[in-house]
Design a protein. Structure first.
Length: 122
């Protein structure tokens, strides 16, 4: 699972194995060790009605409604998007399938890019 933070948005990208693990377990997590501390980020399927994020004990937690996860995982839908408002600010949350790059050889575990023509080789 890849994490991208830009401005007021958090984007998580999942490869095919990541998505399979997420659907099976209802949760997926990554950790990055630093000297003296660890930064983690997780994606969780929950009974919430909207997407939510929090930062607790060095871990960014993104929660997605379970119904949205099932629809997304079993379809060609590229991602799930939501917004969380707090203290006059809005945080955009995006969870999407990680597609192969069009311009270079990509991750074989990534999803086939829908923009790639059938006969184009990397």
């Amino acid at each position: 699972m890849k994490l991208r933070i830009q401005g007021a948005s958090v984007r998580l990208r999942l490869t095919q194995p990541d998505l399979a693990d997420f659907v099976a377990a209802g949760r997926i997590e990554e950790r990055l060790d630093f000297p003296g501390t660890t930064f983690g980020y997780s994606l969780e399927s929950t009974q919430t009605e909207t997407m939510q994020a929090s930062f607790e004990s060095g871990t960014l937690r993104v929660r997605v409604p379970a119904a949205s996860v099932q629809n997304w995982a079993s379809s060609d839908q590229e991602g799930i998007t939501g917004e969380q408002s707090f203290e006059g600010k809005t945080l955009t949350l995006i969870v999407e399938k990680d597609f192969q790059c069009l311009h270079k050889e990509g991750d074989p575990a990534a999803f086939r890019n829908p923009m790639k023509s059938q006969d184009t080789a990397y």
